[in-house]
Design a protein around this ligand. Structure first.
Ligand code: PLP
Length: 427
């Protein structure tokens, strides 16, 4: 199919889109085609309204807002956790809003990593998001163990994806913990979490996932898969705003475990203000909270999660898959041939694809800059990847076609040559 044919197809798909009404609920930066929702999701009217409401209760109630605001701030972490649980296939008391992703990784990895005897190793992978690896290495060092020896990073065969069989081969009787991403942040590969959890559990190894790149884009069944713990952030597909408060999940069979990084907000709620020096942890995932929840950073999620509740995660995933499929077809056809030369690093099978598509091109850095100059916003990840996230709530197929047109023009006119080859602080 030629690029022009994709335009007609895009129009048809947009007209038939069951989620098309959601787009007008979001603020898109004026004049832009925004395709970076996997890095920072857009503001919705609902999120702005819920943030405004929290500001209003701070203004009028001040400290009384902890109990008298609607919803009360004191219970907000549990309430939002319960709502988010529905998106990941968990019970309401297994998810809580807390801190930030990296802090939650520290809190849970240090809880579940219990080296003993020959079981000392943590299995992760070499394509992991850096902060996850930093946290794992520091957990090892805290116990006086050398990461070079005790952190096993499963290798990728093609530099972009992982083979689950290679991961499972790394599970053995020296493994104390497995911690993996749900979706690889560069290629967009969705790992088979069900299989990995089954294989880890069959060997008695606790397994956790960083779902930052899948929460709000992919359907999860954390309980059914038997995952031990998980973390994810609030600001990517969940549209909670920059640095939004994050979430953590702990499977209920671990509700009795001692939190490694205890803090007073992990207390049983009705006795927290007894101010006892003996920590009495909450009976559920709430015990892994540490500090006062960042209410202002959580407030947009009150509104944002309502959109997921209305639309249903299944519909969001279905559209996301359809959009990424459309984009891959568009690139494979008119943009793969010379002189364009774009290829795709993302797996083709629906079951192995997260919410974004990774376009590979030797000039990816400068092409991403040229796109931005044309007000098309993807992002760049070294060495050669342009990530494009068509978000079910606010992107259209027509925008993906627009992206294709811009890519064609940028290469036709060698427009990217006008840009620097040095990367900016945030790309
Ligand atoms: C976005 C992301 C994070 C972010 O961590 P913060 O602590 O919120 O900065 C962590 N891990 C993964 C896999 C991510 O995609």
């Amino acid at each position: 199919m030629a690029l022009e044919d994709f335009r007609k197809e895009a129009r048809r798909l947009d007209r038939a889109d069951p989620l098309k009404e959601y787009r007008r609920l979001f603020f898109t930066p004026p004049g832009t085609v925004y395709l970076d929702g996997n890095s920072l999701g857009l503001l919705s009217r609902d999120a702005r309204a819920s943030l405004g409401k929290v500001l209003g209760s701070w203004k009028t109630l001040a400290v009384r807002g902890w109990l008298e605001a609607d919803p009360p701030w004191f219970h907000l972490a549990e309430r939002l956790g319960a709502r988010c649980a529905a998106l990941v296939g968990a019970d309401p008391d297994e998810v809580v809003l807390s801190g930030t992703t990296t802090v939650n990784i520290h809190a849970l990895v240090n809880t579940f990593y219990r080296p003993s005897g020959a079981r000392t190793k943590i299995v992760a992978d070499e394509l992991d998001f850096p902060t996850d690896i930093y946290a794992l290495k520091s957990a090892l060092r805290l116990r006086g163990l050398d990461p070079a020896e005790h952190l096993v990073l499963v290798r990728s065969r093609d530099g972009r994806t992982l083979d689950e069989r290679d991961i499972v081969r790394a599970f053995d009787d020296t493994t104390a913990l497995v911690f993996l991403p749900s979706v690889l942040y560069r290629s967009g590969q969705l790992l088979d979490m069900e299989l990995l959890a089954r294989e880890a559990r069959a060997r008695g190894i606790p397994i956790g996932f960083d779902c930052s790149h899948s929460a709000g884009a992919v359907s999860h069944e954390l309980d059914r898969w038997g995952v031990d713990f998980a973390v994810w952030c609030g600001y990517k597909y969940l549209n909670g705003g920059p640095g939004a408060t994050a979430f953590l999940y702990v499977n209920r069979r671990h509700f009795g475990a001692e939190p490694a990084l205890a803090g007073w907000f992990g207390s049983v709620k009705d006795r927290q203000f007894d101010m006892s020096l003996d920590f009495e942890p909450a009976p559920d995932a709430g015990r892994w909270q540490i500090s006062s929840p960042s209410i202002l950073n959580a407030a947009p999620l009150i509104g944002s999660l309502a959109l997921f509740e209305n639309a249903g995660m299944a519909a969001v995933r279905e559209k996301s898959l359809k959009m990424t499929r459309f984009l891959m077809d568009l690139v494979d056809g008119p943009l793969a041939a010379e002189p364009y030369g774009f290829t795709i690093a993302t797996p083709r099978e629906d079951a192995r694809r997260g919410g974004h598509v990774a376009l590979v091109h030797p000039e990816a850095l400068r092409i991403a800059e040229a796109l931005r100059a044309r007000k098309v916003i993807p992002d760049f990840r070294p060495p050669d990847i342009i990530r494009v996230a068509p978000v079910a709530f606010y992107n259209t197929y027509a925008e993906l076609w627009e992206l294709g047109r811009h890519l064609r023009e940028i290469v036709d006119g060698r427009e990217f040559e006008r840009f620097e080859t040095a990367r900016k602080a945030i790309s």
